[in-house]
Unconditional design. Structure first.
Length: 343
């Protein structure tokens, strides 16, 4: 087996804290200005446009914006504009396009349609000479630096950080802003957390559910994708509320759960789910909480809104190692490319 630290995925994920540190410093003035404008404008809603890992960041954005600002946030179905060619009224809305490359044709089409429909457009993008950056009304660079691994890692974390930074300023939430500004050090600590129990438990697994709720759900989606693309391991992401409706029938000793739990209003319900699965004879790996019998995966203590970002950072290191343990190369996922040319 190759040295886990030799992969491009490992090296890029390890750089996430530096990327966030660069981004927070570089975007401070632009974020403060945009946040003040948004407070004055009171957008009637937010539209997110993204695919893949970036769309999981958009899920995070939905819960973050709706819980912190009370502004309805919805995900665009890119095919409405790119395939069906339907015009939609987006007047008074903020459309946020999230992309590492800024080149995906369907995301570009969706953002163009949003602008034509009256929305103000904002791009969170890593490649600053990309079409998305050029066409958006406003751009917040992710500042992740080159990301060559097919599996997105630091650009995903940079997207979360960019969203957190903007929402903290927009909501004028000093506590959250302080947590965001302190997050690079916490990301470094998360990278050193020992998630080897996950690697050992899942090296021969055939499938699992990945569970989150609220701001943690987008992280569950991202982890499930990484299991599939880097480990050949089928994983489905569910909300802790939705998994009880039918999917629980598969849960048992041979079908574990990976649970992401943050210390907010969702915590008690997630703990109840973990305890219920354990009573049924299931196996649970959980980051957060202290339910007896669950396999604990540590992450640094932090503000609940940034806990998911720290959890996915620790997860990236573990899933890179798991990929190699299962005989895969995380830098060369089969049948995948860095830029998905979806129309």
């Amino acid at each position: 087996m190759a040295d886990p630290q030799s992969t491009r995925m490992f090296q890029e994920a390890a750089d996430a804290a530096n990327a966030v540190e660069r981004q927070l410093a570089a975007n401070a003035e632009a974020v403060a200005t945009l946040a003040a404008e948004l407070r004055a404008e009171h957008p009637r809603g937010v539209l997110t446009c993204a695919r893949g890992s970036s769309d999981h960041a958009a899920t995070f954005a939905k819960y973050l914006i709706e819980t912190r600002l009370g502004v309805l946030t919805t995900s665009a179905a890119p095919s409405i504009s790119s395939v069906y060619g339907t015009a939609t009224d987006f007047s008074g809305m903020l459309a946020i396009g999230i992309s590492q490359s800024g080149k995906s044709p369907d995301i570009l089409a969706a953002m163009r349609a949003a602008k034509e429909g009256g929305a103000r457009t904002l791009a969170l993008v890593n490649v600053m000479d990309s079409p998305l950056a050029a066409e958006a009304d406003l751009t917040l660079p992710l500042n992740a630096g080159p990301e060559l691994s097919v599996a997105a890692t630091k650009s995903y974390i940079a997207s979360l950080a960019g969203l957190l930074h903007l929402v903290a300023r927009w909501a004028d939430d000093t506590e959250l802003l302080d947590a965001v500004l302190a997050s690079p050090a916490l990301l470094r600590a998360a990278w050193e957390c020992d998630w080897s129990p996950l690697v050992e438990r899942l090296r021969n697994a055939r499938g699992l559910y990945v569970i989150g709720r609220g701001v943690g759900f987008g992280i569950a989606q991202e982890a499930a994708l990484k299991f599939k693309e880097t480990c050949g391991l089928h994983a489905e992401a569910f909300s802790a509320a939705e998994v009880r409706h039918g999917p629980m029938a598969l849960v048992g000793p041979d079908f574990p759960l990976l649970v992401f739990r943050q210390g907010d209003e969702t915590a008690d319900g997630v703990d109840e789910l973990v305890a219920d699965v354990l009573v049924r004879g299931g196996e649970v790996l959980v980051s957060g909480g202290e339910v007896a019998g669950a396999i604990q995966l540590p992450h640094p203590a932090a503000h609940p809104a940034i806990e998911p970002m720290l959890q996915i950072q620790a997860f990236y290191r573990a899933v890179n190692a798991l990929s190699l343990k299962r005989g895969f190369d995380p830098d060369r996922p089969p049948s995948l490319a860095k830029v998905t040319e979806t129309v």
